[in-house]
Ligand binder design. Structure first.
Ligand code: GTP
Length: 346
C-alpha cells in the first residue's frame, strides 16, 4: 500500500493521458474524502496489508474535487457529512467532472436510513456503506468497484485504439487507391484509370443520352527533344505539359490522363463536338504558351502538341474502341498537316 495526503499537488490527467493510463497495468487506488482522522486511520489500516491498493486521502471538502482529479483513483470513498458540505454535493461534482464521471463512488455514512441511501444513489453514488462496516467487506467492495472501473477504462482504450487503427487503415487504402490511379511521372491519372473512367462514362452517356468526347494529344517531335536536351529534361517537359493539359478541362467530370509515353488523353463527359474542339484548341495554345524551348522541333521553336478530337453518342451505338480509333485518326491527321494543331472529327 502507498499513501498520500491532500498536500500533494498533481496536475489533472488529460483525456489522452487517461487512455495512456488505460493501456498500462492498473493498480487499485482508493481516495478517501473524510474530515475525521479516526475514519482515515480505519481505512488506512484496512488497506495497509493490501499491496495492490494505493491509499490517498483528503480531509477538506474544498480540496476534494481537485485532489480526485489529480490522483485519478479507481474508487472514491466519500463521507456523507462533512463540515460545511453535504457529501452528496461532492458526489454530484464528481459526476459532472470529465475526469471523474465514471469513477465509482462509495458513500460512507453513519446511518442506514433508506431515504438517505436513495438520495445517495440519485446523486450518482455506486455503493453505500455504513461506517460500522467490517474491513474485509470494505476491501472487497474497493476491489470490486476498482476492477469494474479498470475494465471500463481498458474497454474504452481498446475501442479508441481500434478506432485509430481503422482510421489509419482507411487513410492507407485511400492513398493506395490514389497511387494505383496516378501516373508516377506526371501526377495525373494513369492509363489504367483512363480505361476504367472511359468505361464508366460510356455507360453514363448511354443512360443519360449525352455525348461523350475524347481528346488524344501527343508532344510534337519529342524524340528530337530527348535527343537534344536529354531524357531528364524530357521528363520535365512531360510533367509540365501534363499539368497544362489537366488544367485545361475545367469541369469536375473532365479527366486528363497520361495515355502512354508522350501521349495524353482528356475524357470530356457530356461535351459535344463543338465544345471538345474548343477545349482542344485551348489546351493546344496553353502548351505552346508554356514557351519551353525546342530548337529542333519541326513545328515551332518551342514545345507544342498535336491534338485529335472526336465525339460519340453511346446511346446510338458504337463502342469505346471505335471512338479511340477515330480520335487516333484525327491525331494522325494533325501530325500530317504540320503538328501544333487540332484535328477534330466531323
Ligand atoms: N523523356 C521521356 N521520353 C519519353 C517518355 N515516354 C516516351 N518518350 C519518348 O517520346 C518519343 C516519342 O517519339 P515518336 O513516337 O517518334 O514521336 P515524336 O518524336 O514526338 O514525333 P511526332 O509525334 O511525329 O511529332 C520517344 O523518343 C520516346 O522515347 C518518357 O516518359 N520520358
Amino acid at each position: 500500500m502507498s499513501t498520500s495526503g491532500p498536500e500533494h499537488s498533481h496536475q489533472p490527467a488529460t483525456p489522452s493521458q487517461r487512455s495512456d493510463i488505460a493501456a498500462q497495468e492498473y493498480r487499485f487506488s482508493v481516495l478517501l474524502i473524510d474530515d475525521q482522522l479516526v475514519v482515515q486511520e480505519k481505512v488506512r489500516r484496512a488497506v495497509r496489508s493490501e499491496t495492490d491498493i494505493d491509499f490517498h486521502f483528503c480531509s477538506k471538502a474544498a480540496d476534494a474535487l481537485a485532489k480526485a482529479e489529480a490522483c485519478q483513483p479507481t474508487v472514491i470513498l466519500q463521507d456523507l457529512v462533512m463540515p460545511d458540505t453535504d457529501g452528496l454535493d461532492l458526489v454530484r461534482q464528481y459526476r459532472s467532472s470529465a475526469l471523474l464521471a465514471n469513477v465509482p463512488v462509495i458513500v460512507l455514512s453513519s446511518t442506514d436510513e433508506p431515504l438517505i441511501k436513495k438520495d445517495a444513489f440519485l446523486a450518482g453514488a455506486n455503493d453505500y456503506v455504513v461506517k460500522s462496516y467490517d474491513t474485509i467487506e470494505l476491501v472487497a467492495r474497493i476491489r470490486y468497484h476498482s476492477r469494474s472501473y479498470i475494465n471500463l477504462l481498458q474497454r474504452d482504450a481498446a475501442y479508441a485504439a481500434l478506432h485509430e487503427s481503422q482510421k489509419q487503415l482507411e487513410a492507407s487504402n485511400a492513398e493506395l487507391k490514389r497511387l494505383t490511379h496516378t501516373d508516377g511521372l506526371t501526377g495525373i491519372a494513369n492509363r489504367r484509370y483512363f480505361d476504367d473512367y472511359m468505361k464508366q462514362e460510356w455507360l453514363r452517356a448511354q443512360r443519360d443520352k449525352t455525348p461523350l468526347s475524347l481528346l488524344l494529344m501527343d508532344v510534337d517531335c519529342f524524340k528530337l527533344y530527348n535527343d537534344t536536351y536529354g531524357h531528364v529534361a524530357g521528363d520535365d517537359v512531360l510533367r509540365r505539359v501534363g499539368a497544362a493539359i489537366a488544367a485545361g478541362g475545367a469541369r469536375p467530370a473532365d479527366l486528363a490522363a497520361r495515355y502512354g509515353g508522350e501521349e495524353f488523353a482528356v475524357i470530356l463527359p457530356a461535351t459535344d463536338a463543338a465544345g471538345a474542339k474548343e477545349l482542344a484548341e485551348k489546351i493546344c495554345r496553353a502548351v505552346a504558351g508554356l514557351g519551353i524551348a525546342h530548337t529542333t522541333s519541326k513545328a515551332a521553336y518551342h514545345v507544342t502538341i498535336s491534338v485529335g478530337a472526336a465525339t460519340a453518342y453511346p446511346v446510338q451505338g458504337g463502342d469505346i474502341v471505335g471512338l479511340i480509333k477515330r480520335v487516333d485518326d484525327c491525331l494522325y491527321s494533325a501530325k500530317q498537316s504540320g503538328r501544333n494543331r487540332v484535328s477534330a472529327a466531323e
